[in-house]
Design a protein around this ligand. Sequence first.
Ligand code: IMP
Length: 430
Amino acid sequence: MPAIVVVGTQWGDEGKGKIIDVLTERAHFVVRFQGGNNAGHTLVINKKKYILHIIPSGIFHPNTICVIGNGVVVDPAVLIEEINRLKKEGIEVTPQRLKISERAHTIMPYHQALDLAREATANKKDRIGTTGRGIGPCYEDKVGRRGFRLIDLTKKDFFRERLKKILEEKNFLLKYLGAEPLDFEEIFEKYLTYGQYLQPYLCDTSTLLWEAYKKGDYILFEGAQGTFLDVDYGTYPYVTSSNTLAGNACAGSGFGPSHINAVLGIVKAYTTRVGEGPFPTEQTNEIGNYLREKGGEFGSTTGRPRRCGWLDLVMIKTAVQLNGITGLALTKLDVLSGLERIKVCVGYKLEGRPISYFPSTIEELTKVEPIYEDLPGWREDITTVRDFEALPQQAKDYVRLIEEYIKVPIQMLSTGPERENCLILKDPSF
Ligand code: IMP
C-alpha cells in the first residue's frame, strides 16, 4: 500500500483539504507534519461546511487514524476546542483515532503575544502579514532549544522550573515591544490542565507509522500552507516558519524517505495569496474581484480577503522540482466558468529579458513581468460534470495546456466544493 505526500504548489489555500478528504476513502492514516493552526482546511460534506485548523482532514472518515506529527506546532487550547467541537457534531475523536506526537512543540501564550506585538510594531514594509497565531515565535523557540514539547506539559516539576525561567525573558521582550507581560501562575495551571487532557492522545508517532507501514497500511501525509511559503524556498521573508515542502513529511513525522511512493501537488486553477509579499500575476482589478467573490477567497483562519490573480506556471514548474511531484490535482476549475478570456503565465521577463528561473530575492521577484498565454474562456457550469470528455472544449484545452507545460499528469480535477465534484483521471494512490 502506498505512502503519499500531498502538498500545495502555490501560497496555500489550494484546496488540499478537499483532495485529502477524497483520497482518505482508502487511507488508513492521515498525517500532518508541519505548521500549526495557521492552516485552515475547508471541507463541504453533505452541504455542511467544516473548517479544520489543526486536526488532519481524515477525521471525517470513521476508519481513518489521524496523526499530528512531531513537526507540527500545537496550540493546545485550539486543539482541545477543535476536538470538542467535532465531538459535538457527532464525529468520533478518541485517543484511538487521533494520535499526537509527544515531541510536537507547544504554542505558548507568549508566542501569540510576541507574534501580534512584532507585527503591530513593524513598519508597513517589514510586516509579514502573519496569521497572528504564534507560529513563528514557537518555531524560533524550538530551534533555539527553549521550547516545550507536549510531553513536557505532563511533567509538573520540570515544567514549573523551565517555564519560570523562560517566561522572565519573554516578559522582558513583551515589555520592550509595548505589550502586557503575562502571569506565570495562570499559564502554568492552564497548561498543566491541557497536558492532562491531551496525555491519552500522546504517543511516539514515528513508531506508530513504522508499524503501520510494515503492515502494508496506506498512509497519506497532508501538507499545510504551500510551496512558496516554505521558509527556505518561499518568498523569504514573506513565508511561514516551517518547511512546507514534501521532503519535510519525513522529518516532521519520523518516516523514512525511501518509503514514500508518490507526491501529489495541488494546483488551484488560478493563484491566491494572503498576507504580504510579491505576487507576479496578481490582478488588483475586476478580474481579481471576480475570482475572490466567485471562489470565496477569504482566509479560513483569519477571514482576510485573499489577493487573487492568474495561474502562474513558472511557480508550478518550480514546485514540481522542489517537491518531486509525480502527479497534480487541479482544483476550483469551476471558478473560471464565465470568464471571457483566461490568462496563464508561462514565463517571466526581468528587465525586458526572459528568465528561466523563479527568482530567490524579493527585489527580482517584485520586478518580473509575467509572459501570458491568452485563452478563450467557457460559459457552462461544470460542477456537475463527471467525465473529462464532457467538459467544454475550452476547459479541456486549459487543462491540457497546464499538463503540456508542466510535464506532469493531472490526476484529479476538482470542479466544486462537495466530495462528489471531483474527477479522478488516474488514481494517484496506485
Ligand atoms: P504565519 O504562518 O502565521 O507566521 O504567517 C506567515 C505567512 O504565511 C503569512 O503571509 C500568512 O498569511 C501565510 N499563511 C500561513 N498559513 C497559511 C495558510 O494556511 N494558507 C495561506 N497562507 C498562510
